[in-house]
Design a protein around this ligand. Structure first.
Ligand code: GLC
Length: 445
């Protein structure tokens, strides 16, 4: 990435910004960026768009490349895989042979939260030459529409308005407490303990998922492979089928942003009408994810047809999607404030009063800067700037003290998990990109 030092926006905290750019440069592999060179040595679906937003502040061409190369691996069904194995590496499990779906380059066979349209809107709205950026985005918009259609049809064949994930990794919150109950129904048919590579890179087991978790997710992968990753069979026969409030909200927000992009590109019509109808249907179904007694949104186990017993940070994302009612917003602010009375650094991935909360372990408790960014965006959307400022300040405090780690202890701020983390650096760069801490044109993510 040769132009990264040119035209750098002015940051109040110049040293921190320089360190963030250094991470992005070190993880750059030409047309895509590694999340973390040792722990995650390939391209990841929802890391790349966020990284592209940051890169677009200095090099729009390179930002577009990050997105284009991701979409080159889109499946004929419209699905965009969660990992693209551009070059072989034996530092990660599971490798492409475990998924067994081939492709050049090979990919995994599941997806990740569809945040791309929202990130692309940010890039276009901040572009130096919007007409040219929209021209370049034209084929991307078609691919994005196909991807969203895949979610709304293949992952919701009944047209219920709730999209399914069939593997915890599709949520991007891998071993969240949210998946404990649905995963308990998945038999542990395999032993993945000796196959795991993550432990070579992160020494403290307390920061990583358990072997039980890995055994169950390996069972899910073997199941998918056994049915040839057939979308309908995945929905009707998978032992894990959940509507994640995170994916559901990110998709609704991305639908809104994709519709805006198509309109900006002069493509208002059949496509935007279709997207608007998906949005209406999905928003109408959000009530099924609301747990009135606790005043929180929760994941819905679609096999047992019951809400999960946990409250995770995904509970705030309907605000990011603009589909929480005023009464729900009041309840969610209380959930946030209660969590923050127990944790110094927002926002823990699981609310501390939820059984299973574990402040050091991956998606079960730590604070994740990228997630903070989107939760803050939701608070801002509803005028709760005190809460979004709190998220920004806490994120700043954690990364200034501990560097760009994968996640942080929500009580001590200690940096945990992987090092040299691209989306942590990117999240900070876009957050700090302007004096006000927002995007340059007022669009925010
Ligand atoms: C972990 C995260 C996932 C992320 C990936 C690469 O698996 O849970 O959300 O995309 O790491 O950073």
């Amino acid at each position: 990435m040769t132009t990264l030092n040119k035209n750098m926006p002015t940051y109040r905290d110049a040293e921190l910004a320089k360190a963030a750019w250094d991470v992005l440069k070190a993880n750059d592999r030409g047309r895509y960026t590694l999340p973390s060179p040792k722990l995650f040595p390939f391209q990841w679906n929802w890391d790349s768009p966020l990284v592209a937003m940051a890169i677009s502040l200095v090099d729009e061409d390179r930002a577009f490349q990050e997105i284009e190369i991701l979409l080159e691996s889109q499946w004929a069904s419209g699905m965009v895989p969660h990992i693209i194995y551009h070059v072989p590496s034996d530092g990660y499990f599971p490798g492409p042979e475990v998924w067994g779906c081939g492709g050049v380059p090979p990919t995994s066979a599941i997806s990740q939260p569809p945040i791309l349209a929202t990130c692309l809107l940010y890039i276009i709205e901040n572009s130096k030459d919007q007409a040219e950026a929209l021209r370049r985005a034209d084929p991307i918009l078609t691919k994005l529409t196909n991807w969203h259609r895949w979610w709304h049809t293949q992952r919701d064949p009944e047209g219920s308005g709730l999209v399914s994930i069939i593997h915890p990794w599709e949520s991007g919150r891998d071993n969240s407490v949210d998946w404990d109950s649905p995963l308990s129904a998945v038999e542990m048919k395999y032993d993945a303990s000796s196959l795991r590579k993550d432990r070579h890179h992160v020494q403290d087991d307390a920061e990583r998922p358990t072997d039980d978790f890995y055994n169950r997710i390996l069972t899910l992968i073997k199941f998918g492979k056994s049915v040839g990753w057939d979308d309908l069979k995945m929905i009707t026969e998978s032992p894990f089928r959940v509507c994640d409030v995170g994916v559901q909200s990110i998709l609704i927000r991305a639908d809104e942003d994709l519709s805006t992009l198509l309109k900006l590109a002069g493509r208002e019509g059949r496509e935007t009408e279709e997207i608007d109808s998906w949005m209406t249907r999905s928003k109408a179904a959000m009530g099924r994810l609301w747990h009135a007694k606790s005043g929180s949104f929760r994941a819905l186990d679609l096999i047992k047809n019951e809400l999960v017993p946990s409250v995770s940070a995904a509970t705030f994302l309907p605000m990011y999607a603009g589909c929480a009612t005023d009464a729900q917003v009041k309840c969610l602010s209380k959930v946030f404030e209660k969590a923050m009375s127990e944790c110094k650094f927002s926002v823990p991935q699981t609310m501390p009063d939820t059984p299973g909360f574990d402040p050091k372990n991956y998606s079960r408790g730590p604070s994740w800067p990228f997630f903070n960014r989107i939760v803050a965006d939701g608070f801002k959307r509803y005028g709760l700037t005190n809460l979004s400022d709190r998220l920004r300040e806490d994120t700043h405090a954690m990364i200034s003290a501990q560097g760009f780690r994968e996640y942080y202890h929500p009580s001590t701020g200690e940096g945990l998990g992987g090092e040299q983390f691209a989306w942590t650096a990117a999240a900070w760069l876009i957050w700090a990109g302007t004096p006000a801490g927002g995007a340059t044109t007022g669009v925010s993510i």
